[in-house]
Ligand binder design. Structure first.
Ligand SMILES: C[S@@+](CC[C@H](N)C(=O)[O-])C[C@H]1O[C@@H](n2cnc3c(N)ncnc32)[C@H](O)[C@@H]1O
Length: 277
């Protein structure tokens, strides 16, 4: 099993099919993006977060977007459908990628969302291929931050936008906590908010917004865990004990790390300067 599967959110990918089954959808039924959004958004505040991104980046005349770490394809399908952009959805894990591809086809969006399976650090496209690069809760999984940001810079056209919501460190993380964060959240690169912004500037970006989301997300994950526990009987009926125990473990770990005050999050929007600027 690959190391990233130590994060329990990524086991039991069939959960989404069980939820669709609850809606009476069989495996061949056509789907709408809205059928899926309650289940396919693996970040905080679901599609509201995507609406914020579209408003901030702007969609007019900027059709080529890359999402790094696209998961089950939820953000990419929503952005393609409601933002009318062409998405390249890059996902590391083959099982997530396959589910994403099949759901996108069932939504009739395969001409607007290109699914690619692979590691962003090995991803190859011509320089300037994208108008925007976006990512929700994925970059903290990836090592080699300078290499990652240099690639983003090169893949964007001049004037293009880099937008992310990502996890960050707050204060000193102890070695024990660090081991737990690696195991439970597959946290490979956790930067403090000031370091995160500096990393972007060192790569040549002009940072337009860097918002600390830590308190908001701490409350979000607290409420999410309480709601999941309160609905345990329903979840057991739909998903079975193994999947429910895995999700409970994951939500509990995320909540514990946020409430410890050592884990937080940010929303960041940065631009590659126009040529000659
Ligand atoms: C928390 S999920 C978020 C998925 C999606 N962005 C969303 O919000 O629904 C992060 C995803 O990033 C992917 N990922 C991690 N490292 C990656 C890498 N090096 N290249 C591409 N994807 C990666 C993971 O496999 C995982 O599916």
């Amino acid at each position: 099993m690959s190391a990233i599967k130590s994060m329990k959110l990524y086991t039991h990918v069939e959960r989404i099919y069980r939820e669709l089954g609850e809606l009476g959808k069989t495996v061949d039924d056509r789907l709408s993006v809205d059928d899926l959004t309650p289940f396919d958004q693996l970040h905080y505040h679901g599609t509201q977060a995507l609406d914020v991104a579209m408003a901030m980046i702007g969609i007019e005349g900027q059709p080529r977007w890359l999402e790094i770490g696209s998961g089950l394809g939820g953000p990419a399908r929503y952005l393609a459908a409601y933002g009318d952009v062409h998405m390249t959805a890059l996902e590391l894990q083959p099982d997530q990628h396959e589910v994403a591809r099949s759901l996108t086809a069932r939504c009739g969006l395969d001409d607007r969302v290109e699914h690619v399976c692979g590691d962003f650090l090995e991803f190859e496209r011509a320089a300037g291929s994208f108008d925007a690069i976006v990512s929700w809760l994925a970059l903290y999984h990836i090592p080699e931050r300078p290499r990652l940001l240099d690639k983003c810079f090169s893949l964007l056209r001049p004037g293009g936008c880099f937008y992310t919501e990502d996890l960050i460190a707050r204060g000193e993380i102890t070695p024990t906590q660090n081991r737990q964060l690696q195991q439970e959240l597959y946290a490979i690169t956790l930067r403090r908010i000031d370091q995160y912004q500096q990393d972007l500037e060192d790569a040549g970006f002009a940072v337009e917004l860097c918002r600390n989301m830590s308190s908001d997300w701490a409350e979000f994950v607290r409420v999410r865990l309480a709601a999941y526990r309160a609905d345990r009987a329903r979840h057991l009926r739909v998903h079975g004990a193994a999947a429910v125990n895995a999700m409970t473990e994951f939500y509990t770990a995320v909540n514990r790390h946020f409430q410890s005050g050592k884990l937080g999050g940010l929303r960041l929007c940065a631009r590659k300067p126009e040529a000659g600027a």
